[in-house]
Write a protein that binds this ligand. Structure first.
Ligand code: ZN
Length: 113
């Protein structure tokens, strides 16, 4: 098995994209967000943006960061940078925005549910 196919298999087990239900949508609206990736691998997509493949790719980069850095390290660093630097200057967001023209290694639209 190649590392590419292994990465695809791991990410397909880990990653779950879902359209937010009414309560999750309320939370997204309160946060002013259209997508939210959680450290356990679930991506919540706002129903108004659930078909936006650019959003899927952006959130997939966060999944890639979580696998790469580990969920705990990602969460602590993400929140620390958010508190210190704000959303747009957060290095995780800078990386995701810089790369979301394409899917991260091992991710693709087949992981969307
Ligand atoms: Zn982001």
């Amino acid at each position: 098995m190649t590392s590419r196919s292994l990465a695809t298999m791991e990410s397909s087990i880990f990653a779950r994209f879902k359209t937010a239900n009414s309560i999750e949508t309320w939370i997204l609206n309160r946060l002013g967000m259209i997508g939210l990736t959680m450290p356990w691998g679930t991506v919540y997509l706002h129903p108004d943006h659930a078909t936006d493949e650019h959003l899927w790719r952006h959130e997939a980069w966060h999944l890639h960061q979580i696998v790469r850095d580990g969920p705990l390290t990602f969460s602590v660093r993400y929140l620390w940078h958010l508190a210190i630097s704000g959303y747009r200057a957060n290095p995780y967001e800078i990386e995701a925005y810089a790369n979301d023209h394409s899917w991260p290694p091992g991710y693709g639209p087949e992981q969307l549910i």
